[in-house]
Design a protein around this ligand. Structure first.
Ligand SMILES: [Zn+2]
Ligand SMILES: [Zn+2]
Length: 258
């Protein structure tokens, strides 16, 4: 079994054929999917999807792109929203300095509020970090000093230093289709180096279709391609990477039924 630990099934790209998307994922051996929240105020749309499919779970959070729009949402409110049985994680929240969406201050405030909620609930935080290695590492360190929390740095594209720092703080690293791109040698070297019990696979679909599907709409079934390359990169079998990443997923996303 494989798990798609990060997709966006509520995005309009999937509206026409969601049943087909989910059945194709099941047929490809994807046992669980987590559809990741980008706006707390749109959680109802995600919950409606999780109610339709037993094997689909969701998170709750504010994507850094929407940090200004949802500035000031308190960690208490996030905590309360995680009481729903299908809400299994916080986020995605974090820092994105690549796009000019969301002021750095609002992003940092949101990031810290989500960390606080993760700490309180014990649920994992899905962290989005892009072109923000230094600030991300600093916030993670400061927040870890206040008390432990669990998290994954999803769709990892940052440097080696931040990844190793995150691992040393007990966090996980998630890999998408970017791992399969020709130019991603540095990322593959990092993926080969990380401890086996800290790696996850994901699609971040509808974005970032892997390998042979590049440029097309991505979907959860394609997480198979990410796992294939991760297995190759680490010199283990596809079955072994499936077993290991799924085990890691259920350890981290411990609210999801195994
Ligand atoms: Zn993201
Ligand atoms: Zn995402």
């Amino acid at each position: 079994m494989l798990v798609d630990s990060h997709c966006h099934l509520d995005f309009p790209d999937f509206a026409e054929d969601l049943d087909g998307i989910v059945s194709r994922a099941r047929a490809a051996g994807i046992g669980r999917m987590v559809t990741i929240s980008t706006r707390v105020r749109k959680l109802d749309q995600l919950l409606a999807i999780t109610e339709r499919y037993e094997d689909v779970y969701c998170s709750v959070g504010t994507h850094p792109h929407n940090a200004d729009e949802e500035d000031g949402i308190a960690s208490d409110e996030l905590v309360a929203l995680t009481e729903h049985p299908k809400v299994v994680a916080l986020g995605e929240a974090g820092l994105d300095y690549f796009y000019d969406n969301g002021s750095p201050e609002a992003q940092a405030r949101g990031f810290r509020a989500h960390i606080a909620a993760a700490r309180t609930t014990g649920l994992p935080l899905v962290i989005h970090t892009r072109e923000a290695d230094e600030d991300c590492a600093r916030i993670l360190e400061e927040e870890a000093a206040k008390g432990a929390f669990r998290a994954v740095l999803h769709c990892y594209t940052g440097g080696r230093e931040l990844a190793l720092k995150a691992v040393s703080l007990g966090l996980y690293i998630g890999f998408t289709g970017i791992l399969t791109f020709k130019k991603s040698e540095t990322l593959r070297a990092l993926a080969a180096e990380l401890p086996a019990d800290r790696i996850l696979v994901e699609t971040d679909s509808p974005y970032l279709a892997p390998g042979k599907f590049r440029g097309k709409r991505n979907e959860p079934a394609f997480v198979v391609e990410v796992a294939k390359v991760l297995a190759e990169t680490r010199g283990v079998s596809f079955d072994e990477i499936s077993r290991q990443t799924s085990e890691n997923f259920f350890r981290l996303f411990s609210k999801v039924k195994a």
